[in-house]
Design a protein around this ligand. Structure first.
Ligand code: SF4
Ligand code: SF4
Length: 76
């Protein structure tokens, strides 16, 4: 299975949660914290999910739906 990782620019995020809804492995969730504009930014949770064997495939769905172009995808 292909592997990847993402980086989310928290200051660009506007909490629309589209990336959260499309990730097939449920690897993105809202943060407990706010960015400088007051949005609860999305965060990549793969480190927390490793136990359950959930791994980013680098499918780019999250980056494609993000209206703020806040997500960068890296493929391994
Ligand atoms: S690239 Fe795909 S698997 Fe990885 S976080 Fe984005 S939607 Fe999820
Ligand atoms: S799709 Fe983009 S703007 Fe929307 S929650 Fe995800 S990172 Fe933030």
């Amino acid at each position: 299975m292909p592997s990847g990782m993402i980086e989310i620019d928290l200051e660009l995020c506007k909490d629309c949660q589209l990336c959260i809804s499309v990730c097939p492995h449920k690897l993105i969730e809202p943060s407990e914290r706010l960015n400088q504009k007051g949005y609860r930014f999305a965060q990549f949770t793969e480190k927390n999910m490793k136990k359950e064997g959930k791994k980013c495939s680098g499918c780019s769905l999250c980056a494609i739906v993000c209206p703020e172009i806040a997500i960068e995808v890296y493929r391994g």
